[in-house]
Unconditional design. Structure first.
Length: 635
């Protein structure tokens, strides 16, 4: 709970130290909204405590000499601390930094060469660079601001400079477009021509959303082009370059290792057999653990720092406004119900296009708190991390294509710092708050999975019953959707034999939720690994496994083992991983509508009118990410 001290005024102390005027204590307003824009400086609490001590001593007529002397000493200590607080903080931080650097130096001297040592060195150097950057920006903040105002703004606002910048922008667009086309021809079309189907999918999505745009004549192609270009370049780095792939794989492995710590709490609460109840007792504790970590990182300022600078980068490249840029960047870390709280200072004044961009970004990405759940299923962490980042510019691009800017925005480039701050009082409060809030998230996940799986089974049994009346077997919702969504899977570049399986996963994600879809995808991934291991150990295994409708069966020499949901190729698994990485489903529409309507009731009509379009656009952004992955995949 945050406490805001609105007014505290103290009258001067009389010379005799015993007679005080009445001191108006002021009003305290309590707010508990998770995030809060205004926050008191911690130093004010020292002064406030000092004043209240003086009040107590002045009202205590029986206070003895010892008490008065103790009060004088306390006041002197507080005054000294207040006067020298800057020096004390600097010395304390410097001692901590020197102690840590000494530890790192000795650790490198003691043992060097392995992965843990490199991890310590790289993280320490990165942290030191961050500290230097913070110090430099704070030390020369006014100088930089004045330079921007006096030199940079005046230079860039001249007509000649604007013409030069206009030509530079077009030259960059042409250069990037030529690079992408040449790269696709040389590295993909020649060696992997089958991947060009995914390129056709990208063109198809752009065409469809341009034709169905709210106002095609008003489409600004600058954010559309750079959103798609950023998505392609980032995919190129993470999927095509060895260092990029290794870097994200390393990060994914570290995240996977980190999530294992949640097993300790789960085992303590549920017992040693907790893993037998995979979803409730193993996966949901991961969600609680990640929500706690996200809350702590937000309190420490790590996540706001990353969001602000990632938002500035997207805004600079794509020419989008602060609210929508911060939203796209924030969706990489926060959920679609947490992010509106962070963007609360913007919500009332958003244009419809900006509001649509925020809605689309919420549907096109997943939250950091649930990322761990999908990883614990067995979905590759590196691909999930890559998909989360790739979908951010894709969501902005398709949003600006589907709902172009028709009004004049009220925001300016100086609004990137209007991110709401955490209202938690300390790191322990942040951890408790994150864990407590996750209880609602876990409950929502569990009850939705129970409800949708039960409903899906009812629908399937009903369809089978109707099918049997006319001699059609296995007429299920999955069977229907495997054909209905087949073009989506095909144009994402999934292998043709696997298109119906990918289409079924996409349908489950859209009509139920992504948890069910990822749970099934994890089964398919584990099935392929198990069958590959069996084939590698059995010379005659090619004759000992076969398909039975949607399942794969193999004989291990003693019995038949059924692999439910079958198998897919590695390429199709990767495409499905990217395509499912988003909250775009009908259930999420109600959640996001309720969250935003509660924050800005005046915009409820606008939100209701565009939320279906935003959900479809968010889904398409996920499919676009899957298409880019299918285009660049080489096995």
């Amino acid at each position: 709970m945050a406490v805001e001290l609105k007014s505290v005024k103290a009258s001067p102390v009389n010379s005799n130290g015993s007679d005080f005027d009445r001191i108006p204590v002021g009003q305290l307003s309590y707010q508990n909204e998770g995030f809060q824009t205004d926050r008191n400086d911690a130093d004010s609490s020292v002064t406030n405590e000092k004043v209240h001590m003086e009040i107590e001593m002045s009202h205590d007529s029986k206070s003895d000499c010892c008490s008065r002397q103790t009060l004088q000493i306390q006041l002197a200590v507080y005054a000294c601390l207040e006067k020298n607080k800057t020096i004390i903080k600097f010395v304390f931080k410097s001692v901590l930094l020197l102690a840590y650097l000494s530890y790192v130096a000795y650790a490198m001297y003691y043992r060097f060469g392995g992965e843990p040592e490199w991890r310590l060195l790289v993280c320490s150097v990165f942290g030191l660079m961050m500290i230097i950057g913070f110090w430099f920006s704070n030390r020369f903040k006014n100088n930089i601001k004045n330079w921007k105002r006096d030199r940079l703004v005046s230079c860039c606002s001249s007509s000649s400079t604007e013409r030069v910048m206009f030509h530079i922008k077009w030259m960059l667009k042409v250069a990037v477009f030529i690079f992408i086309v040449v790269y696709v021809i040389v590295n993909i079309a020649i060696d992997h021509p089958e991947n060009l189907i995914a390129a056709a999918g990208v063109a198809l999505y752009i065409t469809i959303f341009y034709v169905t745009s709210v106002n095609p004549a008003q489409v600004d192609w600058h954010p559309v082009f750079w959103g798609l270009a950023l998505q392609f370049i980032f995919a190129l780095i993470t999927l095509e370059t060895q260092w990029g792939y290794d870097a994200f794989k390393w990060v994914g492995d570290r995240v996977t290792e980190f999530l294992v710590y949640s097993d300790v709490g789960a085992e303590f609460v549920f017992g040693t057999v907790f893993a037998e109840h995979l979803f409730a007792f193993k996966v949901m504790p991961v969600v609680v653990f990640m929500a706690t970590i996200i809350s702590i990182l937000y309190y420490l300022g790590v996540i706001p720092f990353l969001i602000k600078h990632a938002g500035r980068f997207l805004g600079f490249c794509m020419g989008t406004r602060p609210a929508e840029s911060l939203s796209a960047a924030g969706n990489i870390f926060l959920g679609m119900t947490d992010l509106p709280l962070m963007l609360r200072p913007f919500l009332k004044d958003l244009t419809n296009s900006e509001l649509h961009a925020i809605l689309t970004g919420g549907f096109a990405t997943i939250a950091g708190s649930v990322l761990g759940a999908y990883i614990s299923f067995g979905v590759p962490a590196n691909h999930l991390l890559t998909a989360s980042v790739m979908s951010a510019p894709a969501a902005l691009a398709l949003s600006k294509l589907s709902y172009p800017e028709l009004d004049r925005s009220k925001s300016s480039t100086t609004d990137y710092s209007k991110i709401a701050k955490s209202a938690d009082r300390n790191i322990f409060d942040a951890a408790t708050h994150g864990a407590t809030v996750s209880a609602k998230l876990v409950a929502a996940i569990v009850v939705n999975v129970i409800a949708f799986l039960s409903l899906l089974e009812f629908v399937n049994v009903t369809l089978i019953w109707f099918g049997e009346r006319v001699g059609v077997e296995d007429f299920t919702l999955e069977f229907m959707c495997s054909y209905l969504f087949y073009p989506i899977a095909y144009f994402m570049g999934a292998d043709v034999p696997d298109c119906r399986q990918v289409a079924t996963l996409v349908a489950k994600k859209t009509f139920t939720n992504e948890y069910i879809a990822y749970f099934d995808l994890a089964k398919i991934i584990n099935n392929r690994k198990e069958l590959t291991k069996f084939i590698a150990t059995d010379n005659s295994s090619s004759l000992n496994w076969w398909w039975n409708k949607h399942d794969v069966i193999y004989n291990n020499g003693t019995q038949n083992i059924t692999l439910e949901l079958g198998i897919m190729s590695d390429k199709s698994e990767v495409v499905a991983t990217y395509a499912l990485c988003g909250f775009a489903n009908f259930g999420s529409m109600g959640i996001l509508l309720g969250a935003l309507s509660a924050l800005v009731p005046s915009r409820e009509g606008d939100i209701t009118g565009m939320i279906l379009r935003a959900m479809i656009t968010g889904n398409a952004a996920c499919f676009l990410t899957g298409s880019i992955a299918g285009l660049l995949y080489k096995g």
